[in-house]
Ligand binder design. Structure first.
Ligand code: C5P
Length: 283
């Protein structure tokens, strides 16, 4: 096998609660991750030399800084194997959107190259390596909807309901560090139990970044106001995307047809097993 084409799905944070801040500035949080059947697509072609190429490059991101190339370099370094890959990226997920696009691309690269380069490192090791690339990478490596604690890396697999979602992107890029460093961010509130979060009462329908993001990014505030006029709406991650949940596809497509021009939006189904792992036959 010398070519692999694989999905890099989006995630939603169906709730996000911040419980503290570590000495290194990272935040301790509790969150429920679920995947969507919508995302980027990556194609990996084996190279006999150790070059790693990416096409197309992302605007404003040097290839060597792209998490995809960094994932490949990390695996090369870890395995000491002098092999490479040509990687093609079909980007659908917005950058700075809160859908985990960059992290998901990185996880797809780790799993794809582990297979293409016949490293057979296993998901535990790949998740550890993924954490070096970003807090959200391990859940994409594990590939199951999860309750997460720590900075997002302590994962307990959960089975959530799998509704339709409408996701609206108000056309801007949110800076995650800007949100997490904002003085007004609510921190240090008591943890909630996983059981309560899974009951999805009002306590669980929350994202502790939301009010700060509303203040810093009026475009996100606009999108939250518009979509919550239609159905209960929440920010995912630190935004910029906002989402609502629907029980069926007809309701979702009806909302989609009314989304304000200038915004982009899509509908997708929540999944408990990642489309990446389904494609690799891992579940
Ligand atoms: O890990 P990642 O590179 O995705 O995080 C981007 C930034 O978001 C970090 O540099 C940090 O400022 C912030 N962050 C945080 N707490 C988390 C996750 C991210 O403060 N749990």
């Amino acid at each position: 096998m010398t070519v692999l084409t694989l999905p890099a799905p989006a995630k939603l944070n169906r709730m996000l609660h911040i419980t503290g801040r570590r000495g290194d500035g990272y935040h301790e949080l509790q969150t429920l991750f679920q995947f969507l059947d919508h995302g980027d697509t990556l194609t990996f072609q084996l190279r006999p030399d150790s070059e790693v190429t990416l096409f197309p490059s992302l605007a404003g991101v040097a290839d060597e800084d792209n998490l995809i190339v960094r994932a490949a370099r990390l695996l090369q370094h870890h395995s000491q194997r002098p092999v490479g890959a040509d990687i093609q990226l079909r980007k659908q997920l917005p950058m700075g959107g809160g859908l985990g696009g960059g992290s998901s691309d990185a996880a797809t690269a780790l799993l794809a190259l582990d297979r293409l380069w016949e490293l057979d490192l296993g998901l535990d090791r790949l998740a550890e390596l993924g954490l070096q690339l970003g807090a959200d990478v391990p859940v994409f490596v594990r590939g199951h909807a999860a309750w997460a604690e720590g900075i997002g890396e302590r994962l307990v697999p959960v089975d959530l309901d799998t509704p339709w979602f409408v996701v609206v992107h108000p056309g801007i890029e949110v800076s995650t560090p800007r949100v997490f460093n904002a003085p007004q961010l609510t921190r240090d509130t008591p943890p909630i139990s996983m059981a309560r979060a899974l009951q999805e009462g009002p306590e669980a329908w929350r994202n502790d970044c939301q009010s700060t993001v509303r203040e810093l990014y009026p475009e996100v505030d606009d999108a939250l106001n518009w979509l919550s006029g239609v159905a209960p709406t929440l920010l995912t991650g630190t935004g910029a995307c906002v989402f609502c949940r629907l029980t069926n596809a007809d309701e979702a497509s009806s909302i989609l047809s009314r989304v304000r021009s200038g915004w982009t939006a899509f509908m997708a189904r929540g999944c408990n097993t990642s489309p990446l792992h389904q494609a690799l036959g891992l579940f």
